[in-house]
Design a binder for this molecule. Structure first.
Ligand code: ZN
Length: 361
């Protein structure tokens, strides 16, 4: 595993952070490279907020961490930090907020996670080891977001079936319950070129939160597309896709679409749903929302959306649930994945129990 630095170390705090994290990562057997290469695994991008520039990674597997600093404690850290994350085209932002007395490194994720590591005990080594511990698992996780489209959906399914109609109905219900927050207006912050770059690399278009799916038969399932209004899903191949499986060889989700359609990509969490359906034949429907519930099992690491590791962590917890076909799993600093024997079953079980504020730890 290798890493490099880009950008400018134009403040004492950024310099201090660069030196400290480099020492810690090297101690953890990461290899520091002088330059960004095609096969670089992690890029730490030190951001000059007066001249914010995107860093364009050369491969999807490169994990970009923006590092920025401020000495003015923001009123709303997520609101201030999230645009830096988007503008620099990063996977994660580490936002160092310092005063003469305190220093906090806030982690801001694409899923709008926002949590911090505090500098305490005047101990650099302890601080950087805590930062690295939170950084390494997510930086080394593997995205599974490529889509392989097969234009062979049988004609009788071009307009969907009873199950895809139920999925559309469930999307309208989530919308009516106000459980589909408005997507972050990425396109307002990015040039068309950078917006395309983000879509291509992360498979996200506009970051519309939440997704839902329902099993068709065997391991095939209908699932919401990426970046669409889930409150108004109609068209097969554009709003709702039929996921046929996962190709390990090509690390891609396999989709059947009508031959005449210009398809949209399936939701980035298709790999997670696929793993749950494959491991748990009794699960018939899955809903993922950015909200929380009390007393639930939760993942311990906030792996990014669309990674194999997130899929595995959630699916492992589904296995540990009393009844895997009716599990409610917390995704740390992110949201909920709920399995059910039907979409209707899920709505009945969450009724009145949803907490909109996701705990950040
Ligand atoms: Zn999510």
């Amino acid at each position: 595993m290798n890493f490099t630095f880009v950008g400018q170390l134009n403040s004492p705090h950024l310099k201090w952070f660069a030196e400290g994290i480099k020492k810690e990562l090297v101690a953890e057997s990461y290899q520091y490279c002088e330059e960004s290469a095609e096969n670089i695994r992690m890029v730490l991008h030190f951001v000059n907020q007066d001249h914010m520039k995107p860093y364009r990674r050369k491969a999807q597997a490169t994990f970009c961490v923006a590092v920025a600093e401020t000495n003015a404690f923001p009123e709303d850290i997520l609101k201030e930090g999230y645009p830096i994350l988007i503008r620099t085209l990063s996977n994660l932002l580490i936002y160092i907020i310092h005063s003469p007395e305190t220093l906090e490194a806030y982690f801001i994720t694409l899923e709008r996670g926002c949590y911090s590591v505090s500098y305490t005990d005047i101990d650099d080594q302890l601080f950087f080891s805590k930062v690295a511990k939170r950084l390494i698992p997510i930086a080394s996780s593997r995205l599974v977001i490529d889509n392989e489209f097969h234009r062979d959906l049988p004609e009788e399914l071009w307009n969907g079936d009873e199950i895809s109609a139920q999925l559309g109905e469930a999307g309208r219900k989530l919308d009516a319950l106000n459980l589909l927050p408005a997507p972050f207006p990425m396109e307002e912050l990015l040039s068309p070129q950078d917006f395309r770059h983000v879509k291509r690399l992360f498979g996200i278009g506009g970051l519309s939160y939440g997704n839902l799916s329902a099993r068709k038969k065997g391991q095939q399932f209908w699932m919401s597309a990426s970046g669409v209004n889930k409150g108004d899903m109609r068209e097969i191949g554009r709003d709702i896709l039929l996921v046929a499986g996962y190709s390990e060889e090509r690390n891609a989700m396999l989709l059947h679409i009508p031959p005449h359609i210009e398809p949209r990509r399936v939701s980035v969490d298709a790999i997670e749903h696929w793993m749950i359906y494959t491991r748990h034949p009794e699960v018939k429907a899955i809903i993922h929302i950015h909200a929380w519930m009390d007393g639930i099992l939760s993942t311990e690491i906030n792996y990014p959306c669309g990674t194999w590791e997130l899929a595995k962590a959630v699916s492992d917890l589904v296995s540990r649930a009393d009844d895997p076909s009716r599990a409610i799993i917390g995704l740390k600093n992110h949201g909920l994945t709920i399995t059910g024997t039907s979409l209707e079953d899920i709505f009945e079980r969450i009724d009145g129990l949803i907490i909109r504020q996701i705990p950040m730890t």
